[in-house]
Design a protein around this ligand. Structure first.
Ligand SMILES: C[S@@+](CC[C@H](N)C(=O)[O-])C[C@H]1O[C@@H](n2cnc3c(N)ncnc32)[C@H](O)[C@@H]1O
Length: 260
């Protein structure tokens, strides 16, 4: 008998994984205990110096970044996530810490449909800790980048992170093996594109992640209305604490400005 077709990872798979109790506990602990990474703090101070600016955080999770920004003195914060359970945790934390943030439910690929931000033009946007890369399919990631363009003023900075599958010889060797699998059609059938991973981690649950190369992100920014301003691996920006390194692996930071 032919085997049943495998369903591919989609936005609902990713949303369900982030609503899973294991993920909720993991990101909520980080929001309560970790706050901003040293590298995030350095880049936010450099590219978002105006604490009165209207800022939008996409994929805010349990509020780790937005609550820390409010505590650092940022006064006009909006933040959204499509995982209801994480958003509820962000709302509780904001209440507990008296952090003034407009938190709302939205999907980054459908942001302009959201009435909460209909009349707001943002001076900057953030999509931290690889959230953009957790959107399956490159066309959808580009759609999210275009949606952020649509709600930001010309010149507005966008800060986000990705992995970089070219970062080390070991990773390049692993991806060469994966490329051979794709060439033979023997890749995990749940994946959508070369560079995707879908894996289980103790204490986090299932995670979908697209790992790009640098040229891919440069092309995506160019195609969606963003001008590249900066990128560097995290280790080149700051030495992170053990707690931050336990929570998150190495990543590439990106800053782009909305074209006018
Ligand atoms: C790795 S978590 C990071 C959470 C938080 N920013 C942090 O740094 O702790 C990525 C977040 O992006 C959110 N996310 C992924 N795809 C999204 C989408 N299409 N729309 C809105 N949020 C999304 C997830 O629900 C999750 O909260």
């Amino acid at each position: 008998m032919p085997s049943a077709p495998v369903s591919k990872v989609n936005r609902l798979t990713v949303r369900d994984d982030f609503n899973d109790l294991r993920a909720v506990v993991h990101y909520t602990k980080a929001a309560h205990r970790l706050g901003l990474w040293a590298s995030e703090r350095i880049l936010i101070e450099r590219f978002f110096p105006d604490q009165q600016a209207h800022l939008l955080e996409a994929g805010c999770g349990a509020g780790r970044v937005s609550v820390a920004l409010a505590e650092a003195g940022y006064t006009r914060l909006h933040a959204f996530d499509f995982a209801e359970e994480l958003l509820a945790q962000a709302q509780s934390l904001a209440l507990e810490r008296e952090a003034k943030i407009t938190l709302f439910h939205a999907d980054a690929t459908r942001l302009t449909k959201c009435h909460v931000i209909r009349d707001t033009v943002f001076d900057g946007a953030l999509f931290m800790f690889n959230g953009l890369m957790q959107i399956p399919l490159r066309r959808n990631r580009r759609r999210a980048l275009r949606q952020l363009v649509a709600v930001c003023r010309p010149g507005a900075p966008l800060l986000f992170t990705t992995h970089d599958r070219d970062d080390s010889p070991a990773e390049r060797a692993l991806w060469r093996l994966e490329a051979a699998r794709w060439a033979k059609g023997k890749q995990d059938p749940i994946l959508r594109e070369f560079g995707d991973r879908y894996y289980e981690e103790d204490g986090v649950g299932r995670t979908f992640m697209h790992l790009p190369v640098r040229a891919e992100i440069l092309a995506d920014l160019k195609a969606t209305g963003w001008t590249h301003a900066f990128d560097a691996m995290r280790r080149q920006i700051a030495v992170e604490s053990r707690a931050v390194r336990d929570f998150s692996d190495e990543c590439r930071f990106w800053v782009a400005h909305r074209r006018g």
